[in-house]
Design a protein. Sequence first.
Length: 354
Amino acid sequence: MSALLRPSRRRFLLTASGFAGLAGCASLEGLGEIGGSAGPGQSAILLPLTGEQAQLGRTLEAAVRLGGGPGIGIEIRDSGSSPDTAVLAAKAAEAAGARILIGPVFSAQTRAVAAAVNIPVVTLSNDTTLAGRDTFVFGVTPAQSARAVLALAAQRNIREVAIVAPPGALGARSAAEAAPVAQALGITLRAPVITDTPGAVIAELEAGGGIPAGVYLPSAGASLIPFAEALAGRETQILGSTQWAARDLEAVRALRGAWFAAPDPLRFAAFTRAYEEQTGQPAGIIAGLAYDGAELMRVLGQTGRQSRRGLTRKESFTGVLGPYRFLASGLVERGLAVLEVGAGDINLIGSTSI
């Protein structure tokens, strides 16, 4: 397939040709009653507008304000920087009539809020341990990334994959959440190689049975390029997660031909362009989540279904990150694209449906 995407110099996923707007998405005139009181059938979004993460909160607020439509009432409330401040904001929103909460962003705040209110909580966190009957994990999870990129690997007859990651929570979670995905796809997933030394990667893979057909590098931190360079010239397919979406990779020779999970490129590119035009700043995946959360409330609000039953309806939803569906367990099924790093460009080569 010819090149579809050319990342911006600052971030990821701007199309080579422009978009007139967010086709199939909400309009960009603003969210109507945002900032006003939430009333019956309405909702609230909890963002960290003060405290240590206030800059992130303002970024997400800008994304929320991009979309919306008639009949929506979303109150933005400051969740602050602690579980206690988040609980105060959540209780106030519930008392004002909110039927669903979007947010908080962080795990500790989400646990505290979920225990304090009697309405569904759609957290922007990707911590799957938060999932419960009335707590839904809206963030893009390691399992969702693994499902997208490993499904393509299985389709292309890659049957053995090793995960290589630096020490830390992301590597551990990626390995744990990829294991059942790989098993379901008929892929043998080796014991993970956890190291922060690029020079040890090949030795550890060899010790584990040789270089496998695929190597999954979920982290997009400082280790990504050194790990890829260590694998250069080997007969293996490099795979990546949605974490890669925050990096400009098309100029990295060692990653040429690598595949990685990503948001729906057309829809997310349109959102990115609209966000940058509005704010002058690049948009990341979490900004897309905030936008999708507001749009979700608009869709449910139009039919008066801002409830657990409305969230877990049989029909899927479509956002700027792609299609998704809430499960009764509190987890979310999410369709993602798979992109290939080219020589100066990035190409769409596959996607997962739900």
